[in-house]
Ligand binder design. Structure first.
Ligand SMILES: NC(=O)c1ccc[n+]([C@@H]2O[C@H](COP(=O)([O-])OP(=O)(O)OC[C@H]3O[C@@H](n4cnc5c(N)ncnc54)[C@H](OP(=O)(O)O)[C@@H]3O)[C@@H](O)[C@H]2O)c1
Length: 330
C-alpha cells in the first residue's frame, strides 16, 4: 500500500524507516507547512509527491494511507479531513484530545469505509505479547508499577521561558498525554479497564502536568502508572503477584523482560530478538487488519484506544487540565 506523511520531525523519519523494513508500505507523498522541508524529506526517502496544502493532499489519489505525526491538538481535524477523502489513517499517540473527538472520528471512518488507527507501538511488540501470554505465572496480581520518566530537553527550554508544544495546553500537551499514554496502554492492554482511576499530577505554570502518578484500581489489585518529562528514572516496571514478579525496562519501548519466581528465586529471561525500531510491529498489525478486513482485531484496538482516552480525559477533569478541544461540540 502507498502512504504519505504529515509532520517532519524525527518521529516521521523513524516511521518511514520502519515502513521500509516492514515491506508493507511505500512512501509516495510528504506534507509540510514548508515546501523546503517537504522536499528535503521527500528526497531523503524517495517520495515522488510533496504537499504544502492539506486540502490538495487529502484529495490526491497518490496514496491510500496517511501517517499523521503533528502536534496532538491537530490530530482530530487532520484525521477527519483524510478519512472524508477515503484514506486510511494512522495517527500518532495520543490519538485525540477528547472522547467526543474519538467518537466523531470513528463515525467518519465508518461512514467512509476506511480504517483509523492510533500509532501506539509498545503493545504491538513480540515482547509485550510474550508478557501477556505468561502473565498468569505471577499468580494473583497484587501490585503493578509501570513507568516512563524521561527528562525532556524541551523542559530546559521551558525553564528558559520557551513553551514548546508538548508543554502547552493549546497543543493538548503534558506528561500524561505525551509519556503516560505508553504505560497506560500497557496497563489497559494487560489488565483491562480499571474500576476507578485517580491522577495526581505535578503541575507546571503552563497549565499542564510535568509529571504525575495515575492510580488504576482493579478488583483485587492496584496499578500505578508513573510518567514524567521533568525527572528521570532508570528503575524498571514491575508486575507483582503472589507467586512471582515480571520486570521489564522502559515501558514506552519494551525490550527486556524477566520473571522471578518468589519461592525458588530463579530468574527467567524472556529475551526475544526484535527490530530495534519497534514501529515495524504496529505497521505489520495495521496493514494485516486492512488486507484481511480483520474487523475483530480492529474493534479490539479501537476499544483499547477508547478506554485509554477515557482515562486521559478523566485524569484531566480531576485536575482541571483544560484543552481548547474540551469546548468543541459536534
Ligand atoms: N510513537 C512515538 O514513538 C512518538 C515519539 C515522538 C512523538 N510522537 C507523537 O508524534 C506527534 C508529533 O510529535 P513531535 O514531538 O514530533 O511534535 P512537534 O515537533 O511539535 O511537531 C511535529 C510536526 O508537526 C508540524 N508542526 C509543528 N508545530 C505545528 C503547528 N503549530 N501547526 C501545524 N503544524 C505544526 C511540524 O511539521 P512541519 O513544520 O513540517 O509542518 C513538525 O515537524 C505527537 O502526537 C507525539 O505524541 C510519537
Amino acid at each position: 500500500m502507498r502512504f504519505a506523511t504529515v509532520g517532519t520531525s524525527t518521529i516521521t523519519d523513524s516511521f518511514i524507516e520502519a515502513a521500509k523494513m516492514s515491506q508493507q508500505l511505500t512512501l509516495t507523498g510528504v506534507y509540510s507547512r514548508s515546501i523546503d522541508k517537504a522536499k528535503e524529506m521527500a528526497n531523503r526517502h524517495g517520495a515522488t509527491h510533496v504537499f504544502t496544502d492539506l486540502d490538495e493532499m487529502a484529495e490526491s489519489d497518490t496514496f491510500d494511507i496517511v501517517y499523521i505525526a503533528s502536534p496532538n491538538n491537530l490530530h482530530f481535524e487532520q484525521s477527519v479531513q483524510f478519512l472524508r477523502q477515503g484514506k486510511h489513517v494512522i495517527c500518532e499517540k495520543p490519538f485525540f484530545s477528547t472522547l467526543r473527538e474519538f467518537h466523531e472520528a470513528y463515525r467518519v471512518a465508518d461512514e467512509h469505509n476506511v480504517y483509523l488507527f492510533e500509532a501506539i507501538r509498545n503493545i504491538q511488540t513480540p515482547i509485550f505479547k510474550r508478557l501477556k501470554e505468561n502473565l498468569h505465572k505471577v499468580g494473583q496480581i497484587r501490585n503493578a508499577t509501570i513507568q516512563v520518566q524521561q527528562y525532556s530537553s524541551r523542559y530546559d527550554k521551558l525553564l528558559k521561558g520557551e513553551v514548546t508544544n508538548v508543554f502547552s495546553p493549546q497543543f493538548s500537551g503534558g506528561a500524561l498525554m505525551d509519556m503516560g499514554v505508553y504505560p497506560l496502554y500497557l496497563a489497559v492492554g494487560l489488565f483491562g479497564k480499571p474500576m476507578e482511576s485517580h491522577y495526581y499530577p505535578t503541575m507546571l505554570e503552563t497549565g499542564v502536568d510535568g509529571s504525575g502518578t495515575l492510580v488504576l484500581k482493579y478488583h483485587d489489585y492496584v496499578c500505578q502508572v508513573i510518567c514524567s518529562k521533568i525527572t528521570h528514572s532508570s528503575n524498571p516496571s514491575e508486575i507483582n503477584g503472589e507467586k512471582g514478579v515480571f520486570t521489564f525496562n522502559n515501558a514506552s519501548s519494551l525490550k527486556t523482560l524477566n520473571y522471578t519466581d518468589l519461592k525458588s528465586r530463579q530468574i527467567e529471561n524472556y529475551h526475544i530478538d526484535q527490530y530495534e525500531n519497534d514501529k515495524v510491529y504496529e505497521i505489520q498489525t495495521f496493514t494485516d487488519i486492512i488486507n484481511q478486513s480483520d474487523r475483530s482485531r480492529y474493534m479490539e484496538l479501537r476499544r483499547l484506544s477508547e478506554v485509554v482516552l477515557g482515562i486521559l480525559e478523566e485524569s484531566r477533569r480531576q485536575n482541571q487540565i483544560k484543552f481548547p478541544a474540551d469546548l468543541k461540540r459536534f
